[in-house]
Design a protein around this ligand. Structure first.
Ligand SMILES: [Zn+2]
Length: 557
């Protein structure tokens, strides 16, 4: 019973070909590769960390399953595959041959025509258990997922019916060895629980959903922490706000123009909040953040089976925004096909989901935004002229922060308030020096950059303290070093600063005391003024009396 079939007996070794010249390894018709268990273990660990246990488990089970299916196809051509049972037993052999695990049969009863299959096997030296134990230690569950997937894929393909393996013992939960049991799918009472790991899921769709959740959570956070988050008193800002305010009351499409980071989404939200749609949804989508091939399904929805990977029907952003406002950022990044469909929705309020023939009506107010020159994009043939005119009917230019610097103190105050609340900290404000720099900086990243910087400042400063220059401009200090030196030290430019540094180093190295240093400075000043102590004192910014005293010439006039 304990006998393990030797690979020689089934000619497996002759199926394995190392082709060094072509950089390939072949097992029968299948290209293989040697991988480090440690590297595979690190990859497995990363999947678990980033996707969570359940999702990772599904991916790994399916990885193993795909491999098992391939091996079952390979086994069909092996000469020793002369009975159904021998065919099944080639699977464990291949599994061992590939260095995954040592398999020992405990039980194998099969009568597929009469709906019977029962198998039990011991697993030893499982690579997956070994790597899992190294990363996570002993836990509550069996963890040899790719291997269970492999066994299920192999046997299901051999017998032509779904057979599910379960790992009932595993060294990952402290058992002496791993143990697997197989039955036909319908003979497991809890087959549903297991089946879910074999069905691929739409991870891309889920990630997009999560991203959307983050955006809407962030938006609601912004709203709560900062009720009036449109801030500014400067002329250019107020005229943009006036335009937006006029548009808000009307059901027209608005095109927000401006550099990246000027706050287009905040404007879009403000328009929504000040319209009669405020009780309806506000949905945002950054067209540049969605892969091109998913853009249409994101915007217009998709019916199950429309393309590979569309496992469920999903409404698009237009449907989700029905009755409310849809904010499309980076609208210049729309694909030509998406542009056609967008134009149609704008003109008729009608759309069809991908892979669907049913026409759906939506009532959506569109606010679009771009930081590229759409007119130029039209000239270059990248953007449809008819869509451009439709969008550009009501453009609102949001000025860059460098053109509204007068608003910086207001914005700084608002952001400090917001992030102090968020991070549960008391912050007094910013130092004068920090404010000077904030006012003189050019803000290529606009308000978003200012906001990020203020959040960093709030995090780095001590509680009950003011935010200092070093808390804000840590990474970009070099850009300002000249200006900072000039403003902080008056006449000392950066070149002088360097020679001053050398002088300081020399004095410290040579052990010149502060007292001597002062004396040398006074002597040099007196020498320069030709012995005029009053003028020397002026140069040094001290009184005549101090110089005279230090030089021992108190009595001189
Ligand atoms: Zn195990």
């Amino acid at each position: 019973m304990k006998k393990v079939l030797e690979p020689e007996l089934v000619d497996l070794r002759s199926k394995l070909k190392f082709s060094f010249e072509t950089g390939e390894i072949w097992l029968g018709e299948n290209r293989m590769m040697l991988m480090h268990v440690a590297a595979m273990g690190a990859f497995r660990n990363e999947i678990i960390q980033s996707l969570g246990l359940e999702r990772a488990r599904g991916l790994l089970v399916r990885l193993g399953y795909a491999s098992g299916v391939r091996d079952a196809e390979l086994a069909k051509d092996l000469p020793s595959n002369d009975s159904p049972e021998a065919g099944i037993m080639l699977g464990p052999m291949l599994h061992s041959f590939k260095g995954m695990v040592r398999v020992e049969k405990r039980k194998l009863e099969m009568d597929i025509p009469n709906g019977k299959f029962a198998g039990e096997f011991i697993w030893e030296n499982s690579w997956e258990a070994q790597t899992h134990l190294q990363q996570f230690g002993i836990g509550q569950d069996a963890e040899c997922w790719t291997q269970v997937g492999y066994a299920s894929g192999y046997v299901s393909t051999c017998v032509g019916r779904p057979v599910i393996f379960k790992e009932t013992k595993c060294v990952c939960k402290g058992d002496h060895h791993c143990y697997i049991e197989a039955r036909l799918l319908e003979h497991w009472e809890d087959s549903e629980d297991y089946l879910k790991y074999y069905q691929p899921e739409n991870i891309a769709g889920r990630l997009i959903d999560l991203q959307e959740e983050v955006v809407s959570l962030r938006a609601s956070l912004n709203k709560k922490a900062l009720p009036d988050n449109i801030i500014g008193e400067s002329e250019s800002f107020k005229s943009a706000l006036d335009l937006a305010s006029t548009a808000a009351a009307k059901p027209i499409t608005v095109l927000l123009l401006g550099e990246t980071g000027v706050g287009k989404e905040v404007f879009a939200h403000w328009i929504h909040d000040n319209s009669d749609r405020t009780a309806q949804p506000f949905v945002a989508l950054n067209c540049a953040a969605i892969p091109n091939d998913l853009l249409e399904s994101e915007l217009f929805g998709v019916e199950k089976g429309a393309f590979t990977g569309a496992q469920q029907s999903r409404p698009g952003r237009f449907e989700r925004a029905d009755g409310g406002t849809l904010f499309l950022d980076e609208v210049g990044d729309l694909t030509p096909a998406a542009q056609v469909k967008l134009l149609r929705v704008l003109e008729s309020g009608e759309l069809e989901r991908l892979g669907d023939i049913k026409t759906r009506k939506v009532n959506v107010r569109l606010v679009a935004a771009t930081n590229v020159n759409l007119q130029q994009a039209v000239k270059d043939g990248k953007f449809r002229a008819d869509l451009y005119y439709r969008l550009n009917a009501y453009p609102v230019n949001i000025p860059p922060l460098r053109d509204r610097k007068a608003d910086i103190p207001l914005l700084v105050e608002a952001f400090i308030k917001k992030y102090a609340l968020l991070h549960n900290k008391r912050v007094v404000g910013v130092t004068d020096k920090a404010m000077r720099m904030l006012m003189s900086y050019d803000w290529p990243g606009n308000i978003r950059e200012l906001e990020n910087m203020m959040e960093r400042g709030v995090l780095l400063t001590a509680s009950d303290d003011s935010i200092e220059l070093k808390h804000l401009f840590a990474g970009v200090a070099e850009i300002f070093s000249n200006e900072v030196e000039l403003s902080a030290q008056g006449r000392v430019g950066s070149e002088n600063k360097k020679s001053l540094d050398v002088l300081m180093d020399t004095m410290i190295r040579d052990g010149i005391s502060l007292e001597n240093c002062e004396l040398m400075l006074m002597e040099a000043a007196v020498k320069r003024t030709g012995g005029n102590i009053t003028k020397a004192a002026e140069l040094l910014g001290v009184t005549r009396r101090q110089v005279a005293y230090r030089l021992g010439k108190e009595d001189q006039k």
